[in-house]
Design a protein. Structure first.
Length: 158
């Protein structure tokens, strides 16, 4: 598990890479690693501007917040956020960027996400934490720790 460079007060956004990539049938199964890299790159603006970040001239996908997202905490709409992408399987080993920390699960990605959330909240009690996943079991585990949860649409178009 990598160490965070973000200040403890910076809200944490943990993205279940396999779940988010798998939420859009765009051919990701032909290149799981490439799909995870594209997701990592699409998350880059979120670190500085939050989930309200819109696509700029850099060609990255539109991650604009929608007013019909009452489940999105207000603090997640603007940055900065510490963004952590958890990958597993064929996507393991993709590199981090200055904006997005990448954690490769040696086993279960869900277990690593739970560990990341538990560690973040134990280190800085009360820290805002948001997990992006549609996995019901993972949702239950991280909300029991005190994290908020939103579905893949919060970071994906499609």
């Amino acid at each position: 598990m990598g160490e965070s460079d973000a200040a403890p007060g910076v809200p944490l956004l943990v993205v279940d890479g396999a779940n988010v990539v798998g939420s859009v049938p765009d051919g990701w199964w032909r290149d799981r690693r490439g799909a995870a890299q594209r997701l990592r790159d699409a998350l880059a603006p979120v670190a500085g501007r939050g989930l309200g970040a819109a696509a700029g001239d850099d060609g990255r996908p539109d991650l604009r917040d929608r007013p019909d997202r009452p489940d999105l905490p207000p603090w997640a709409r603007t940055g900065p956020l510490e963004v952590v992408l958890v990958v597993e399987g064929a996507a393991r080993g993709i590199t981090a960027t200055p904006e997005v920390r990448v954690e490769s699960a040696s086993g279960s990605g869900d277990d690593l996400i739970v560990d990341l959330v538990a560690t973040a909240l134990a280190t800085a009690p009360g820290r805002a934490c948001l997990v992006v996943t549609a996995d019901r079991g993972l949702r239950a585990r991280v909300t029991a720790l005190g994290a908020a949860v939103v579905g893949p649409r919060a970071v994906r178009r499609g």
